[in-house]
Design a protein around this ligand. Structure first.
Ligand code: SF4
Length: 287
């Protein structure tokens, strides 16, 4: 099982780094892991479509725009001297209706929420983890909430689970810059617990507006929290994984959270099937 090999390689490398005091692994820049993942496309990768990388053996196409990893340092044009109505409890849709010229970019959305106090998670965060990746992605991944390393760096999926998600993205022939990665809540729940329903609800306008601005071809939810948020009648992730449903105008494909896979390696094959299905749906491939 190739994915078990990848998982073991990830774990070994992370353990090695942890002994040196480093908690993150940049999978894309790790030659051994990249070489290991390069073996995946031969017969396992979904067939590429027009906008997908053309050759399974070739590097992925360059991203269309740089990721948006940092909070904008200046007020976007037209927003100076205005308080954020969203910070006082309005929904993104309400705000958008009242101010159609605002929140039109990820940067302005990020800026508005840079000091968000809409829920109790504000009190325990180090950095708000807004999201990162392509500004017009075909694939958008939505996890549950930031973990310890994400909270420290302000970036989503950069810890152990993030290394596995990154490995899966690379195995599809894509990069993190080709997709968009976000979470249901933008601030770390203490102790890595699941976000509470009221926290998810408070944060949802941000995610909702991200979806509108990004307009992905497919949303991949990771774990139960985003699945239940977008499809409240869904059963658990084990029953629903791989079953595409609609949320507003977007198809959504639920699959396991990478953190679950770190504890349940037998689920990795199903996860990889889901990722390949996501690639086919997002890129219109019949492969
Ligand atoms: S989790 Fe979301 S709603 Fe809560 S404080 Fe952070 S950004 Fe605001």
């Amino acid at each position: 099982m190739k994915w078990r090999t990848v998982l073991e390689a990830l774990e070994a490398r992370l353990a090695e780094l942890a002994r040196g005091g480093i908690q993150t692994l940049n999978v894309a820049s790790d030659p051994e892991l990249v070489q290991l993942l390069a073996g995946f496309p031969a017969g396992e990768r979904a067939a590429p479509a027009a906008e997908a990388p053309a050759d399974p053996g070739s590097p992925p196409a360059p991203p269309r725009a740089p990721p948006v990893p940092e909070i904008p340092q200046a007020e976007p044009a037209g927003l100076a001297d205005r308080a954020s109505p969203l910070d006082s409890g309005g929904s993104a849709a309400t705000f958008q209706a009242k101010h159609p010229s605002e929140l039109q970019t990820l940067e302005s959305l990020h800026f508005h929420f840079r000091d968000c106090q809409r829920c109790a998670l504000a009190g325990s965060r180090t950095k708000l983890v807004f999201g990162v990746g392509h500004d017009r992605p075909r694939l958008m991944f939505v996890g549950e909430g930031p973990g310890q390393e994400e909270d420290r760096q302000g970036l989503p999926f950069v810890g152990r689970a993030g290394a596995l998600l990154t490995a899966g993205i690379l195995a599809l022939g894509l990069t993190r810059e080709d997709v968009y990665i976000a979470n249901m809540v933008k601030c770390r729940p203490p102790g890595n617990r699941n976000p509470a329903p009221e926290e998810t609800a408070a944060c949802f306008p941000i995610l909702s507006r991200q979806m509108e601005l990004l307009d992905p071809a497919l949303i991949v939810t990771l774990g139960n929290v985003p699945l239940k948020a977008l499809n409240p009648s869904a059963r658990g992730i084990t029953a629903e994984r791989g079953r595409v449903f609609e949320y507003r105008q977007w198809p959504v494909l639920p699959t396991f959270h990478p953190a679950y896979l770190l504890r349940n390696a037998n689920a990795i094959d199903s996860w990889w099937l889901d990722l390949k299905q996501a690639f086919r749906v997002a890129y219109g491939s019949g492969g």
